[in-house]
Structures are given as structure tokens and as C-alpha cells.
Design a protein around this ligand. Structure first.
Ligand code: ARG
Length: 460
């Protein structure tokens, strides 16, 4: 069915119908469309298009549609142009509803209807994604709590830089995903404005109480400009951006852990639950879950770029181009849900391996900064200290003498400022203890940070 046609001599070609129809995907807006239509029916009763009783019957019949659909797999396999059309047709087919269904669209345009449906849908989806982010945040805090003081190398340029605590490392991801949670909340806040009453573009011609509609549908405000409201897709873009950034973070974690769980690093054991084997090579244990998280990130960024590019250059106000918003958002939402779920299992079941981590952290002269800072704190200008320690590292590498084998006398050949108390910084990963500063990797600070993360989580 179509909701238009009076001014046409012929109907649309089958090719055009197939090309432009959206029911096969916008049926996901079905429940939102019903909700919006029920609020609309109540409003029509207030202004006398329906009697109170008629509005109640329309609402009840719409409830019946909502109950019918899940029970019938063929429900959405129809040739209606879109979900809004389907809902009106199905409503009209209910006994005694034909006339009432024909009145329901009074003063309403699909341009505002699709906007309200999409906003309702995205808000629901964001609430779900945030709950899944909470689970991931929980798994990260548990990972930190289980091994707060394990030491691993901290990297820059993927070269050993300075040792850091596992708890500190894991909480870095906690911060990223906590920001993603806020970003998603901001996208939900953008969607939280009622567009109904905007008409097709110029504002509705019937005297609606928009504030009442907003209240009924759970929107905290109404949109301010009908031209903008019917063609604004910022809320969808913001959702796609927030989802894509979440995936950037998932992808960085994936990249880290693919490396860390490799034979070359050997820092981490991924559980059997999230790895797969090779059909040919019997020894393989591949990190496919993480590779897919990393791989899907391209697709997520693509969704953002796809909608941004669609919106670019559309003249005010609504254009059919905007129908292309939905598949990007639906797929992004599905991937986001699945990705967060997957990452949570990976994080919850991964087991760090203390010895290889500790050994790697102590190697690579990762104590060099501590030695330079020791000299700087004992009167040597930092640039000189940096140079002195650089020559110590060079000599150590040339003589194959790792830091822990250096004696005080040998150090003092490079600078008389080295005292007995400097030797401790050459031993293992003692340097982490020097970083007891807010946001730093000192054990005391990390213990506090883990506690604080747990408190934040409890308050979510
Ligand atoms: N299916 C359209 C969309 O998703 C909404 C219908 C508006 N159609 C129209 N020809 N004005 O944007």
C-alpha cells in the first residue's frame, strides 16, 4: 500500500517500488511507530478529530498490532512502502477500524513521524548499549582488582618505555569506555526532542499541544524549528560517532591483546572460549574474537561517514536521501551490542602471565628515565642527566651489561652525582614506585584508582 496517489495517472513501476521501498529494514521502527501513533491518537481526541472513545479504540487496536506482529514471521513481508504505511494499513484492517485509521494521519507527515520513531528507537538502543558498556567496565575493574600490582612494560612507539602496573594499564581502557558511555548519553540527549507538530516541513496545520505529546512520549523538550526538525539527523550522526569511537577503543584493546597473547610477547593467555583453531595447523590458537572487533571498526567508521556524506548537500528540508540513515544506524547498533558483549567475555576470561610480563618490564633499560630523574634530583641539569644516562645505556648495551649488573663505582665513572641510593632504580621495575602522583602508575595511586573505579561503577 501507498499513502499517496491521487494526483498520478499511473502507479509507480515495480522497479521504483522495489528501489524506494524501505519496509524490509524500517520495520525495526514498528514498535516506535505504534507508540508515536498512539500518542497522536490521544492528541487528535483532544482537538476533536476523534471522540475519547474512538481514540481509546484506536490505541487498543494499535496495541493489538504490537501483539500480532511478533507471533507472525510474515508480518513484515508485505509490499507497503514503509513501516508507517504498514501500520496504518494493518490498523484499517482491524474490524471496524477502517474509518478511524483513515483519520489517524490528520495533520501528520511521515517526515516528522520517521523522525520521532527514529529518535525513540535510538534512545532505547543507547540505553541498551550503555548497560552493555557497564558490563565491560565491570570486567575491566575485576581484571584490575585480580592483579593490581603485576608489572608489564609500558610502551611508546611499541618500544619498551617505562614499566607500568597491570591495574594501571587496564584502567586506561576503563577511562576510554567510561567516556564512550558519556558520549552515548550525549547522543541520547540530542535525540531527546519531540519533532511531532513540525508537519511535512512548515509546522502542522492543526492546533496540537506539542508539550503534551512530548510528555506522553517521554521527550523532555520539543524541537524549535519545523524545517530543521524534519531534516535533522544530528542525533543519528552523534550515535554513529559515539558507536564508532567506542569501536576505536575496542580496536586498540584488540590490537594490544592480539600482540600480548602472541608467542612473541607471551604476556597474556586468551581463554579457549574466545579463540579458534586452524583447519590445517593443529597447534594454532587464534585470537579471532579480537581480530573481528578490530576489523569491524572500519565498518563502524564507514557508517558514520556514510550518513555524514548523505546529509551533506541535501537542501532544506526533508529529502528522500534521508531514508538512507537507517541501515547505517541499525547495523551500527547491532555491531555495538555484539562487540561490547564479545569484548566483555574476552576481558573477563583473559589471564595475564606474571613472569614474562615482569621480565619484559625489567628489560630494555626501561629504568633509564628513573636514573636520569635521580641525577636531576641530585643537582645535575636534566639535559646533562639525560645525556649521561644515554651513554650509560650505550655502554651497557656494548658491554652486554644489563642494569642490574652495574656497580656504584661503574655508575660513578659516568657521574659523581650517583650515590648508594641510586642502585635501587637499576633493579627490576622498582621505578613504578616513583610514580605516586595522581593519574600515575605508583602502586598506592593505582590501588586508589581501582577503588575509585569500583565506586564509579557502583554508582552507574
Ligand atoms: N521512509 C521515509 C524515510 O525513511 C519516510 C517517508 C517520507 N517519505 C516521503 N516521500 N516524504 O525517510
Amino acid at each position: 500500500m501507498r499513502l499517496w496517489g491521487g494526483r498520478f495517472d499511473e502507479g509507480p513501476s515495480e522497479v521504483f517500488e522495489r528501489f524506494s521501498g524501505s519496509l524490509h529494514y524500517d520495520s525495526r521502527l514498528f514498535f516506535a511507530d505504534i507508540q508515536g501513533s498512539q500518542a497522536w491518537a490521544s492528541e487528535l481526541a483532544r482537538i476533536g478529530i476523534y471522540t475519547r472513545d474512538e481514540a481509546a479504540r484506536v490505541r487498543a487496536a494499535l496495541d493489538e498490532l504490537a501483539a500480532d506482529a511478533p507471533a507472525n514471521p510474515a508480518y513484515f513481508q508485505q509490499d507497503d512502502e514503509d513501516v508507517h504505511t504498514l501500520v496504518l494499513r494493518k490498523l484499517g484492517e482491524k474490524p471496524g477500524m477502517d474509518e478511524l485509521a483513515q483519520r489517524l494521519h490528520t495533520g501528520r507527515s511521515r517526515n516528522e513521524q520517521v523522525s520521532v520513531d527514529f529518535r525513540l528507537w535510538i534512545r532505547g538502543e543507547i540505553a541498551d548499549a550503555r548497560a552493555r558498556l557497564d558490563a565491560l567496565l565491570g570486567a575491566l575493574v575485576e581484571q584490575a582488582e585480580r592483579h593490581p600490582a603485576l608489572v608489564l612494560p609500558g610502551y611508546t612507539h611499541l618500544r619498551r618505555a617505562q614499566p607500568v602496573l597491570w591495574g594501571h594499564y587496564v584502567l586506561a581502557y576503563f577511562e576510554m569506555f567510561a567516556r564512550d558511555r558519556e558520549r552515548l548519553a550525549r547522543a541520547a540527549a540530542s535525540a531527546d526532542a519531540l519533532p511531532l507538530g513540525s508537519g511535512a516541513l512548515a509546522g502542522s496545520g492543526i492546533p496540537l499541544d506539542r508539550a503534551a505529546l512530548a510528555r506522553e512520549l517521554g521527550f523532555s523538550r520539543i524541537t524549535a524549528n519545523s524545517l530543521d526538525a524534519t531534516s535533522d539527523r544530528d542525533f543519528a550522526l552523534e550515535f554513529l560517532f559515539a558507536a564508532a569511537v567506542t569501536f576505536l577503543h575496542l580496536s586498540r584493546l584488540a590490537e594490544d591483546w592480539i600482540l600480548y597473547s602472541s608467542e612473541e610477547f607471551g604476556f597474556l593467555e586468551l581463554s579457549d572460549q574466545v579463540t579458534s583453531g586452524s583447519s590445517l595447523m593443529p597447534q594454532k590458537k587464534n585470537p579471532d574474537s579480537l581480530e573481528l572487533l578490530r576489523g569491524k571498526t572500519g565498518r563502524m567508521l564507514g557508517h558514520f561517514v556514510s550518513l555524514a556524506t548523505t546529509i551533506k548537500g541535501t537542501p532544506l528540508s526533508y529529502n528522500r536521501d534521508m531514508q538512507e540513515d537507517k541501515e547505517a544506524v541499525f547495523d551500527a547498533a547491532d555491531q555495538l551490542r555484539a562487540g561490547l558483549e564479545m569484548a566483555t567475555v574476552v576481558v573477563a576470561t583473559a589471564k595475564p602471565k606474571p613472569e614474562p610480563m615482569q621480565e619484559a618490564a625489567a628489560g630494555g633499560w626501561s629504568c633509564a628515565t628513573d636514573l636520569a630523574e635521580y641525577l636531576a634530583l641530585h643537582g645535575v641539569p636534566f639535559h646533562q642527566a639525560h645525556k649521561i644516562v644515554g651513554t650509560i645505556v650505550r655502554a651497557g648495551l656494548a658491554a652486554n651489561r644489563p642494569p642490574e649488573q652495574w656497580t656504584l663505582a661503574q655508575l660513578r665513572e659516568h657521574s659523581p652525582a650517583f650515590g648508594e641510593d641510586s642502585l635501587v632504580w637499576l633493579r627490576g621495575t622498582a621505578g613504578v614506585a616513583r610514580r605516586e602522583i595522581e593519574g600515575g602508575t605508583g602502586p598506592g595511586m593505582v590501588a586508589q584508582a581501582i577503588h575509585a573505579a569500583r565506586q564509579r561503577l557502583n554508582k552507574l
